[in-house]
Each structure stands twice: as structure tokens, then as C-alpha cells.
Ligand binder design. Structure first.
Ligand code: ATP
Ligand code: MG
Length: 449
């Protein structure tokens, strides 16, 4: 069983005042809820509450990648410059790359992405079509010396990214890998309670023609987006997609990419005008992921070849696929909050439920809270129990700020009638019920997450 989590012994450095440096709501709430602390421009410590959400997001990303048949590994944050000279990107990357020298004077860099390194791993170990298809991914810290780090974890310099790389025998197979990533990403974002719309995008320093960005609509987003309003209603839902079935996967992608949805980089006013006027929307979005097919760009320059069925040596077909794991915390909060604080979707919440004891020190209230805590833990639901000797108002304010989707309130008056109160953070609706019924209700809610 997981350990008990009690606020009196936890580390939750909540701020009462709005931090002056935070310009957008997600940054403000992450600081106020004691989730992160800035250590240098765009570089953060993840405090316990923030780390719990980060780990939840990582877990969802891992589950969905493995479901799609992609294999995790872990590459280092520091890379030798020579690898990047092979692809020509050591010079191309410019000021965004953090360059470091070790004591021997060898040139190193803190990886902004990993195309070169994964290609190196591939060429060292794989040389036959029989070992394909192959998709490897990791979740690792990246560093990009952004010109303007801002908005907290949204545009950091050090940030956590999931990046995956597919290796395929021909273009058709590589495009299937591209599609498979698109579907797995749609499922990933939906599990986090987000609507992230795949939009035609431009490729930038990664290279290649086929690329989509996934955008969460938000007025504070950095990208301008143009879309057909109907695209927002598309949902993958509980569909069981067979990731090995090319036609089936391609059909889902078609469903999600046919309606107009583009960023300013690829926007085409004349095509946009064919969308019925009442559905034509211009807004802003947060980029939470991007997928690329770039063919043999890296395999050719770095000599990553495979022998095909005819015995010919050919450069392997590739693509790369990224999810902004740490940026997602900001994006989720931008999409889900109110004036009291964060409202975590059940899929990513740091704790599934909070317990508020209205009268700490009251024998009946204390023992009811302790039994609730045990009952929830026994069901695998780890509650955060506010057992501090504080006013009820202060306890409610903390729970609202940190955004746990459910709260159980326990007080002597209710207990006299055998009931506690279960409150939804999203709707604010409270219901009285027995403690057993509250546990059963939560078990039911989280069974579907
Ligand atoms: P942006 O256009 O926002 O600078 P990018 O297109 O350069 O991002 P990619 O190379 O596509 O980024 O990286 C994959 C994902 O990593 C992005 O979709 C984004 O979610 C995330 N990401 C990129 N840069 C940052 C950053 N500075 N801070 C936090 N997350 C980032
Ligand atoms: Mg991008």
C-alpha cells in the first residue's frame, strides 16, 4: 500500500500573493500551488506537488507509446559535438544550442533533441530489413537556450520532452509510423483531459515535408491558428485502434486531418475561405507536440543503412516525434482552471482526492478521516489528507488552489448523521453520503481513467 500523505508533514509551499513575474495563469498557479521554483531563467526545480503531476503525465505518455508498439530507452543529456558535425547541424543550430567543453577540451553539448544520437545507435546495431520496423523513444531533459524563456514551464530552457524515432524500410512503412504516432498522440492528450488539434505545420530545423503540430487552444498560446470549428468536436474516445493495421490507422488520421486546421506558418487564406463562414475560426494555441517524417535526411548523412530483401544496401527511412512533457502541465492548467485555482483532470491529478478535516483534534472527526484514508489507500486511491490545525476556510482555499478534482469534507456535524460530503472541484456541487459510499463513488470515477 502507498504511504499516507498528510499535509502537516508534506512539503507544499503555497504562496498567498500573486507572484509579480508570472504573466499567465498557469505560471501563476504553478508558483502559488508550490509546484515549481525558478532557479535561473527558464530553469526550474520541481517541488513535490509539481513532480507528482509530471510523473503522471510521463506515465500516460509511456503507456500510450508502449501500446503503439514503441520501445523505451534512455539516451544521455550530454552529447559529443562530433555527432552533430556529421549531420551538419552543429553549425546550423546556432545560439539555441548550449555548448560545453570537458576537462580534456572536448566539445560537448546539452542535447536539444536526439536525431543524431539515435541514428548513431541504429547504425551500430541494425543492418537488415528483418529488424524493421523499429521505433525507439525516451523521455529526457532537453536544453535550448531560448531567446525569451517565459511563461514558466511553457517556454523553459531546460524542459522535459518525449522524443521518439522510427526506422522503416520504405516510405510507405515510415508514413504508417507517422500515422501511428498521430493516433497515439491523440489518445495521449485525451487521457490528460485535453483537446489537442493536429495542424499542418512547417518543419524548421528538423527538416522534411510531412509534419503536424498538436495545438491546445488557449488565448495565451504563442501560435496563431486558423481552423474549422468542427475540428474541435472530433474525439478518439474509447475506440480500440489496431496499431498494426495500416488502413485503419490511416483512416483515423484522415478523420482528424481533413477539416481545415493550420498554424500561421502554413495558413492559406484561399483554402480557408472554402470553410463555411460561421465555422471559420482564428485563435491562438499552445504547441504540445509535433510529428515529422523526414525520410533519409539523417540516415544518408550519417550512414545508417539496411540491406533490403533484394540484398541492396539502402539508407533507412526515418521520422521523429516529440511531446512537450513539462510544457503540458502549463497547457493543462491554461485549459482547466477558475479564479480559485487549478482544476486537474482526473487523468493527471497529483492526488485523486483530498480529505478536509473540519475539526482537527475532535476524536470522531480524526478517526473518521483516518479510516477514510485507509479505505481509499486500500483501493489504490492515494488521498491528500489536510490534517493541519487550520480554519476550514484556509483548508478549502488550499484544496481549491492545488486543484484536486474531488474533496471529501469530514466534520462532527455530518458524522453525527453518519455522513461526509463529496465535492466536485469542477462543478462545485457537494453531495452528502456515508464514507463508504464516497469511497465507492471515487473508485467508480477513477476506474474509467
Ligand atoms: P516551439 O515552436 O514552441 O519553440 P519547437 O517546434 O521548436 O517548439 P519541437 O522541436 O517540435 O519544438 O519539440 C517538441 C515539443 O517540445 C514541442 O511541441 C513543445 O511541446 C516542446 N517544447 C519545445 N520547446 C520547448 C521549450 N522551450 N519549453 C518547453 N517545451 C518545449
Ligand atoms: Mg515543434
Amino acid at each position: 500500500m502507498r504511504p499516507k500523505m498528510r499535509l502537516s508533514r508534506y512539503f507544499l509551499p503555497v504562496l498567498k500573493e500573486n507572484p509579480a513575474e508570472a504573466q499567465i495563469v498557469s505560471h501563476r498557479y504553478m508558483l502559488r500551488a508550490g509546484m515549481i521554483k525558478q532557479q535561473a531563467a527558464g530553469i526550474y526545480s520541481w517541488l513535490p506537488l509539481g513532480l507528482r503531476v509530471l510523473r503522471r503525465i510521463e506515465a500516460i505518455v509511456n503507456e500510450e507509446q508502449e501500446r503503439a508498439g514503441h520501445i523505451p530507452l534512455l539516451m544521455p543529456t550530454l552529447q559529443p559535438a562530433d555527432l552533430w558535425r556529421e549531420s551538419g547541424r552543429y553549425d546550423d543550430y546556432g545560439q539555441e544550442m548550449l555548448r560545453i567543453k570537458d576537462r580534456q577540451g572536448r566539445e560537448m553539448l546539452y542535447g536539444p533533441t536526439n536525431e543524431e544520437m539515435i541514428t548513431d545507435i541504429f547504425r551500430s546495431h541494425v543492418n537488415s530489413y528483418k529488424d524493421l520496423p523499429l521505433t525507439l523513444y525516451h523521455i529526457q531533459w532537453k536544453f535550448r537556450d531560448e531567446m525569451r524563456p517565459r511563461f514558466g514551464v511553457m517556454r523553459g530552457r531546460e524542459f522535459l520532452m518525449k522524443d521518439g524515432y522510427n526506422f522503416d524500410i520504405d516510405k510507405e512503412a515510415a508514413l504508417h509510423a507517422y500515422n501511428r504516432h498521430m493516433v497515439s498522440y491523440l489518445r495521449t492528450y485525451e487521457r490528460m483531459g485535453l483537446t489537442a488539434i493536429p495542424m499542418r505545420a512547417a518543419s524548421g530545423p528538423i527538416g522534411g515535408d510531412n509534419t503536424h503540430e498538436f495545438l491546445v487552444l488557449a488565448s495565451t498560446g504563442e501560435s496563431e491558428v486558423f481552423y474549422d470549428a468542427a475540428v474541435v468536436d472530433l474525439k478518439l474516445g474509447q475506440r480500440d485502434v489496431d496499431y498494426d493495421n495500416r488502413a485503419e490507422v490511416a483512416k483515423v488520421c484522415e478523420e482528424f486531418t481533413t477539416l481545415y486546421a493550420r498554424t500561421d506558418e502554413t495558413h492559406d487564406a484561399s483554402v480557408f475561405e472554402t470553410v463555411p463562414e460561421e465555422r471559420r475560426k482564428v485563435g491562438r494555441g499552445i504547441e504540445v507536440g509535433q510529428i515529422f517524417y523526414f525520410g533519409t535526411k539523417y540516415s544518408e548523412s550519417m550512414g545508417a543503412t539496411v540491406v533490403n530483401e533484394k540484398g541492396e544496401k539502402i539508407p533507412v527511412e526515418m521520422g521523429s516525434h516529440g511531446i512537450g512533457v513539462s510544457r503540458l502541465l502549463g497547457a493543462i492548467i491554461e485549459a482547466s482552471h477558475d479564479d480559485k485555482g487549478i482544476i486537474w483532470p482526473e487523468g493527471v491529478t497529483p492526488f485523486p482526492v483530498g480529505i478536509v478535516n473540519l475539526k482537527q483534534g475532535d476524536a470522531a472527526a480524526d478517526s473518521a478521516c483516518a479510516s477514510l484514508e485507509m479505505a481509499l489507500l486500500a483501493k489504490g486511491l492515494e488521498p491528500l489528507y489536510d490534517d493541519r490545525d487550520e480554519r476550514a476556510g484556509a483548508k478549502f482555499a488550499t484544496m481549491d488552489l492545488i486543484g484536486l478534482p474531488w474533496r471529501i469534507t469530514v466534520g462532527p456535524r455530518g458524522l453525527a448523521n453518519g455522513v461526509v460530503e463529496l465535492t466536485s472541484r469542477r462543478t462545485g456541487v457537494s453531495e452528502e453520503m456515508t464514507p463508504e459510499a464516497a469511497v465507492a463513488r471515487l473508485v467508480e470515477i477513477y476506474a474509467g481513467v
